[in-house]
Design a protein around this ligand. Structure first.
Ligand SMILES: [Zn+2]
Ligand SMILES: [Zn+2]
Length: 305
């Protein structure tokens, strides 16, 4: 995936960074989605501005140069620097996601060797350079497997509280998968499907031009958007008025109740339930969405007049 943020970075006159909590103790660039907002607020002489990052709203004090979070006393130093001075600060990454090292082998074919589709949420193993869907690689990791291409090690860090700065919240499902998913549903319907209901379906599909996302409740707080492939499957089931369906997430079988909006996983006799929701893409900001598929990645400027 082309790192869009990198291109932007080079054209930026200033970079906004923050410390943990002081700059000396380690620092990160602010998320690319909020850099411009902070810079504009600063240039307009605003004393404060707000940003939303990974589920939290932050207040930036542009006079005292600190950032704070509601109900939290900790203050984090912030600073506006010119890119040529960045080296001086030992910046570790962007928005608590460490910089990606892109040296070494780079996979040129755009296929996940696990599902054989173009990767959904492309995820690269740094050591060997092989790239897979985030969910495909995670399921292999959970099963104790190695890199399916070269048998190299899959680093656990990839799945430990993952954060990414290059994962737009509106990423699409790979077209190849989306098409296969739709035809598979159509195929199982053939025969039992009367002309009448297929007209109904076409109608309902037409009326769902509005983009919808499927989100699930995180274990601690907030919500995550489903991986686009699972989301596509949920949406296909939903528009066909199915009351339930089954999806696999990282090797686990999840039963989805599309009437009561609950995801259930049964493991060792215990039932783990999560709330799920189908929301309009435009309503994303009304939910505390932290990212996609358990990866914290969603950030945007909070605009208030
Ligand atoms: Zn895959
Ligand atoms: Zn490999």
């Amino acid at each position: 995936m082309p790192p869009a943020s990198k291109k932007k970075k080079s054209t930026r006159e200033y970079i906004w960074i923050y410390g943990c909590p002081t700059l000396k103790e380690g620092c990160f660039e602010f998320h690319p989605n909020v850099q411009e907002h902070i810079e504009k607020s600063f240039n307009r002489g605003k004393k404060m501005c707000q940003i939303y990052v990974f589920g939290d709203t932050w207040d930036l004090d542009l006079v005292q140069m600190i950032k704070t979070k509601k109900d939290d006393h900790d203050k984090y130093q912030i600073k506006r620097i010119i890119p040529s001075k960045a080296k001086k600060y030992h910046i570790q990454g962007i928005s608590e996601a460490y910089y990606k090292k892109m040296e070494g082998f780079r996979q040129t074919d755009n296929i996940c060797n696990i599902c054989l589709y173009p990767p959904s949420i492309p995820t690269r193993i740094q050591d060997c350079g092989h790239e897979f869907c985030f969910a495909c690689l995670k399921s292999n990791y959970m099963m104790g497997l190695e890199c399916p291409t070269c048998r190299g090690r899959i680093p656990p860090e990839l799945f430990r509280d993952p954060k990414r700065y290059d994962l737009p919240i509106d990423i699409e499902c790979p077209v190849e998968y989306a098409n296969d998913c739709t035809s598979m549903f159509a195929l199982t319907e053939e025969g039992k499907c009367s002309a009448n209901s297929s007209v109904q379906l076409r109608r309902s599909q037409r009326s769902t031009r509005t983009k919808y996302y499927w989100i699930y409740q995180a274990t601690d707080y907030g919500w995550y958007r489903y991986d686009p492939k699972n989301e596509k499957y949920l949406e296909e089931s939903y528009i066909r008025k199915k009351s339930s369906c089954t999806i696999f997430i990282c090797g686990f079988k999840m039963s989805i109740n599309l009437k009561s909006n609950v995801q259930e996983r049964i493991s060792e006799g215990e039932v783990h339930r999560r709330k799920i929701k189908r929301i309009k893409a435009g309503d994303l900001k009304n939910h505390r969405v932290r990212g996609i598929s358990g990866i914290q990645s969603y950030a945007y400027p909070v605009i208030s007049e």
